[in-house]
Design a protein around this ligand. Structure first.
Ligand code: AMP
Ligand code: MG
Length: 350
């Protein structure tokens, strides 16, 4: 099959009932969604593996791959049925193919390839982080590039200059742990279940954010990049030191102090990037964008300098297939499609 031709055929049918199926399986959610416009979601289905991984305190890659393989067919069928379409109506298939757990990604990529081949439809590989950014297009109909985007997820923390729907420039990044990873590890040290981010946020609600000084010389320097491993280690050390002393640690105070330090870092670095680029729109994306303290602080800081701030509605913050569909739609609009050689890639690249 000639995939460029298939993409062109699909593009000419964009106006009359163009149906795009999107699949996401990069980590611990098996998800599918059906779109009939770049910002129009007909249906979404998701199977979360959180209960499977909670037992181990984090995602176990082999268990994730097996669960995706078991669930993907039912999840895709559910999305198609809920959209009120049939499989033969699908004009294009978009799939997250990077970055992520390679075995997990392979399940979605293989399923998408099979469907695209059977339907003679174009297959579109989507960068998962570009998917997270696109989640904002679904929530905010008026949002258009250019803007500065803070992508804070479990595996990545980057600040990008989104120049257009297809041009991205890396402005700053974490030198070690991703923000979500730091939340998860700090939460684990505090005895909270996986995934720790939302649990730590809940615990922090009852805490004093100034009870424990948590500073990072690197984050306070002129560096554009940032670092979370020191803040995470500060929590781990606090927990151990207090346990050795036999003292009772105020866990809520530790959670609130840690969260304040992470939020402050992300806000400071994002503001610098706004300044550097001269942009007046700041966008938040990725799982950590569900954090209310981060949302509020970024919005306050952006608005104080006359910039607008956007973040996705809660169900589009964490992994989902609708955001992959939106990003895939934009790739297709640029005439991009991948052939059956599309592969899963663990690493992120721009
Ligand atoms: P993602 O990698 O984009 O799927 O996002 C998952 C990551 O986001 C995990 O590390 C979660 O702990 C983190 N996360 C989700 N909700 C929150 C929250 N409310 N506060 C902090 N981190 C969160
Ligand atoms: Mg993600």
């Amino acid at each position: 099959m000639n995939y460029a031709d298939a993409a062109r055929r699909a593009l000419t049918s964009l106006k009359d009932g163009f149906i795009l199926l999107a699949i996401e399986s990069s980590c611990d959610e098996t998800a599918a969604a059906v779109l009939n416009g770049r910002r129009s979601v007909l249906s979404a289905a998701i199977h979360t593996q959180i209960p499977l991984h909670r037992l181990y305190g984090g995602v176990v890659p082999e268990i994730a791959s097996r669960s995706h393989a078991e669930r993907i067919r039912a999840v895709v069928d559910e999305a198609v049925t809920r959209a009120g379409v049939s499989v033969s109506d699908i004009s294009a298939v978009a799939v997250a193919n990077r970055p992520g757990l390679v075995g997990a990604l392979l399940v979605g990529v293989s399923y998408a390839k099979g469907l695209a081949y059977a339907l003679g439809a174009p297959l579109i590989g989507v960068d998962h982080l570009q998917g997270h950014i696109a989640a904002n297009y679904l929530t905010h109909g008026e949002l258009e590039p250019p803007f500065v985007c803070l992508v804070a997820s479990g595996g990545h923390s980057h600040i990008l200059h989104v120049r257009s729907y297809s041009e991205f420039e890396l402005l700053a990044k974490t030198r070690d742990d991703a923000a979500g990873e730091a939340f998860d590890k700090a939460a684990r040290a505090l005895g909270l279940p996986y995934p720790g981010g939302p649990e730590l946020e809940k615990l922090a609600l009852d805490g004093d954010a100034y009870a424990y000084p948590m500073r990072s010389a690197f984050n306070e320097s002129d560096e554009s990049d940032f670092s979370f491993s020191g803040l995470k280690t500060a929590v781990v050390n606090l927990v151990h030191t207090e346990a050795q002393r036999g003292a009772r640690l105020n866990r809520a105070d530790v959670a609130a102090s840690f969260q304040r330090a992470v939020v402050q870092t992300l806000v400071d670095k994002s503001m610098r990037c706004l300044e550097r680029t001269g942009e007046s729109t700041l966008v938040l994306a990725g799982g950590v964008s569900a954090n209310a303290a981060l949302r509020a602080a970024l919005k306050r800081a952006a608005e104080a300098r006359g910039a607008r701030c956007f973040y996705p509605e809660p169900h589009y913050c964490t992994d989902n297939a609708a955001m992959i569909g939106c990003a895939g739609y934009h790739r297709l609009l640029q005439g991009c499609a991948d052939g059956l050689a599309l592969d899963a890639e663990a690493e992120w690249r721009l």
